[in-house]
Write a protein that binds this ligand. Structure first.
Ligand SMILES: [Zn+2]
Length: 298
């Protein structure tokens, strides 16, 4: 019964996402095919999720030219990939120095894949931020708790991965609240938010900021929604990291290829002298009580 309801819900998500991706100005070739591992192969085929075609991150307005003195590439690895922790009240607090990157994983959690990513992150001693789809968090609240228990930060990503640039302001607020409520049920007071498809509106950004929610944008898109090999993902993402010198990196914890790429990617980041910075919210911690998060999910 649970499997059937999961499959049915995923189908509706896929349909919704399909509509959204057609309306959004995204690369038409971008497809994100993944399915929860609890489903059979047939069910996975029928319940293909396609809700993560993400537009390429905007070109950075500010260039970060690498000089021999500032480039992490010019420095030998110190042997430790973990960098500092930034305590965040608002988006303006996220000021990365040359050589600093933030790891983010969108659209999960998913059995098998999300725990595998947690293990790889642990192996390298680094912390990431997971931007979770509310429907997925509702299916797998144990995984949500596991991500938090391993010391990572969690943000919301709407309930159904809607393109919020294509809906009314009121509808957008409702979809964001629904995602937050799903996480609240798993005991998470989500201080971060990422717009699905990176499709934001100024009014929703302002509303989120007023509520103390920090929007996480993307500087470096791994494009792991393309059906490329893990090796291609590593090479492409490292090239962008090196070209930009720092930034917030987007992965998705719903793809086997992303799981496969992560160890080599972290190994190369480390070898190149980069540091993975952890983001922590300064907002009051969640206690798991829905009452205590009620003011944040108005
Ligand atoms: Zn997404």
């Amino acid at each position: 019964m649970r499997i059937v309801s999961v499959a049915a819900c995923l189908v509706s998500i896929a349909l919704l996402a399909g509509c959204a991706s057609k309306q959004a100005k995204v690369d038409p070739n971008v497809k994100n095919l993944s399915s929860p591992s609890k489903l059979s192969n047939t069910q996975q085929t029928n319940a293909v999720r396609s809700f993560a075609p993400v537009r390429e991150a905007k070109k950075p307005k500010v260039k970060f030219p690498e000089t021999p003195s500032s480039s992490p590439l010019a420095r030998p690895s110190t042997g430790k990939l973990a960098g500092r922790t930034i305590y965040v009240n608002s988006i303006s607090d996220i000021k990365l120095k040359p050589g600093e990157v933030v790891l983010t994983f969108d659209d999960g959690p998913v059995p098998g894949k999300t725990p595998a990513i947690l293990n790889t992150l642990s192996n390298y001693g680094v912390k990431a931020t997971f931007l979770m789809v509310g429907s997925m968090a509702s299916y797998y609240p144990g995984l949500v708790k596991q991500v938090r228990a391993r010391g990572h930060s969690i943000g919301s990503h709407t309930f159904d991965h809607a393109n919020l640039a294509k809906v009314s302001f009121e509808s957008g607020k409702s979809k964001i609240r629904a995602g937050e409520k799903a996480l609240a049920k798993a005991g998470i007071n989500a201080p971060f938010f990422r717009f699905p498809y990176l499709a934001s509106t100024s009014s929703l950004r302002k509303w989120l900021a007023q509520r103390g929610v920090t929007v996480l944008d993307v500087d470096i898109d791994s494009k792991d929604y393309f059906k490329d090999s893990a090796d291609t993902i590593v090479k492409r993402t490292m090239a962008r990291v090196k070209a930009r010198g720092k930034g917030i990196i987007l992965f998705h914890d719903i793809h086997a290829r992303s799981v496969a790429a992560l160890p080599a990617f972290l190994r190369e980041l480390k070898a190149a002298g980069f540091k993975v910075v952890a983001l922590k919210s300064n907002r009051r911690p969640s206690t798991g009580s829905s009452l205590q998060v009620s003011s944040l999910i108005e």
